[in-house]
Design a binder for this molecule. Structure first.
Ligand SMILES: Cc1ncc(COP(=O)(O)O)c(CNOCC(=O)O)c1O
Length: 422
């Protein structure tokens, strides 16, 4: 058979970091700080809501619900985000529920991007943005966050990685259709400041560009930092799609419930992609997430709110991991948000010989060696860069710290033992 099977739109999108590293972690790791998921359960109130949905009298929860979102869920999301954004949201037109934030992203690129369109992606970035832009026929245009050495010998923070305003502005052209903003940012944990968001917003308004705002870590911000929603800035509501994830919000990554919030002029096209692809998300999971948000609306800002308790607990884990990495010389970049922490592996390079001219970035080979020889799984930072820039920062690896204390302690023990053996 000679006819090509693969559609051209798949070209260059066949490799996936998660498929490769999840398999390695499953095979070799004793301590998995790789893929971003908690190793602790979702909160009891959410599990109980799921159990009630499953076994309650309302047997219709086992059947199809409304395609663009289970009514109780879109209603509470409209209420919740309307409160956060300070405006009235229509649950039927300003909210759409998706199969995780992944599908929300896919709908955005499929709905808005076509051949000839450029999409600005800020590096390092959550890896799926690039292949999703390419599968939609678009051209990704990359702009880096550049690290600035912190003064007075302090540990570097994700805030030290910044956009160069002139460099960012130079990436906008008449071909620019959208920019992807991910704040808090995976993998660095950077929480974009109001000034940085205003810089991006001004360029979007000036060039009439859409903003796909991936805010899945919106509740995971530390040190009193505030997550600012770019859609709330001047001129941005009408051109922004906000993306959220129940997986990250409620520590239930396997439920794959996500959502988009935005103006009907944009969401109407997301609905077209959604109804012609997955069409519908699990009804019971949506029912449980709706009840979770109902609780959180009642407890908003209070000590018992999960959105208050989770970041507090994660900040403790972050600080503990920062100390244990610093103690062994794996210099951490202290994240302002998310549950990821990037560390400099330079001091451990001697154990993993470099292979000149290898087309695999050093950190990728290091992470594979580490999981196979030390049982500790992490993700190379180069996985979050485009092909042309993968070697720019190839002496860093990313750890996920949304883990039980015992898991984090086991990771620290491995690193301490490794350091003593050097
Ligand atoms: C920025 C970002 N957007 C979207 C998503 C996907 O969210 P969902 O799970 O709701 O589809 C994720 C999930 N990442 O998890 C893998 C990892 O980085 O280890 C994400 O980090």
């Amino acid at each position: 058979m000679s006819r090509p099977v693969q559609a051209r739109r798949l070209e260059g999108t066949d490799k996936n970091i998660w498929v490769e590293f999840v398999k390695l972690a499953a095979t070799y790791s004793t301590v998995n700080l790789g893929q971003g998921f908690p190793d602790f359960p979702p909160p009891d109130f959410l599990k109980e809501a799921f159990a009630r949905a499953l076994s309650g009298e309302n047997h219709m929860l086992h059947q199809y619900t409304r395609a663009f979102g289970h009514p109780p869920l879109v209603k509470i999301l409209a209420q919740f985000f309307g409160k956060l954004l300070g405006q009235e949201l229509d649950p039927m037109n300003n909210v759409m529920v998706t199969v995780g934030a992944y599908q929300a992203l896919f709908c955005c690129f499929q709905a808005f991007i076509e051949e000839g369109d450029e999409v600005i992606i800020i590096e390092p970035f959550f890896d799926c943005y690039e292949p999703m832009v390419k599968m939609a026929g678009g051209t990704p245009v990359f702009v880096p966050l550049r690290p600035k050495a912190p003064k007075d010998g302090k540990l570097m923070s994700s805030a030290d990685w910044q956009l160069d305003p002139a460099e960012l502005a130079s990436k906008f052209s008449e071909r620019t259709k959208a920019i992807v903003l991910n704040s808090p940012n995976n993998p660095l944990g950077k929480v974009f400041s109001r000034g940085e968001l205003e810089l991006i917003a001004d360029l979007c308004v000036k060039h009439d560009v859409l903003c796909i705002s991936d805010e899945v870590y919106e509740w995971l911000v530390y040190d009193g930092k505030e997550h600012i929603r770019i859609a709330s800035l001047q001129g941005m509501w009408d051109r922004t799609v906000i993306i959220g994830s129940a997986g990250k919000t409620f520590s239930a990554t396997g439920w794959k419930v996500g959502w988009t919030v935005g103006p009907n002029r944009l969401l109407q096209h997301l609905r077209t992609v959604h109804q012609n692809s997955v069409y519908h998300c699990a009804t019971v999971a949506q029912e449980a997430v709706a009840q979770g948000f109902q609780r959180e609306l009642e407890l908003y800002g209070k000590p018992d709110s999960y959105f208050v308790q989770l970041p507090k607990e994660l900040q403790r884990k972050r600080d503990w991991l920062v100390q244990s990495l610093d103690a062994v010389g794996m210099k951490p970049i202290v994240p302002e948000g998310t549950y990821f922490l990037v560390a400099d592996i330079s001091k451990f390079k001697s154990d993993v010989p470099d292979v000149p001219d290898s087309d695999e970035p050093y950190d990728s080979r290091f992470a594979k060696w580490m999981v196979k020889n030390k049982g500790l799984a992490a993700i190379p930072l180069s996985a979050f860069y485009s092909g042309a820039h993968k070697n720019n920062y190839s002496h860093f690896i990313r750890f996920c710290f949304a883990k039980e204390e015992a898991t984090l302690k086991a990771a620290s023990d491995i690193l301490q033992k490794w350091k003593q053996e050097k």
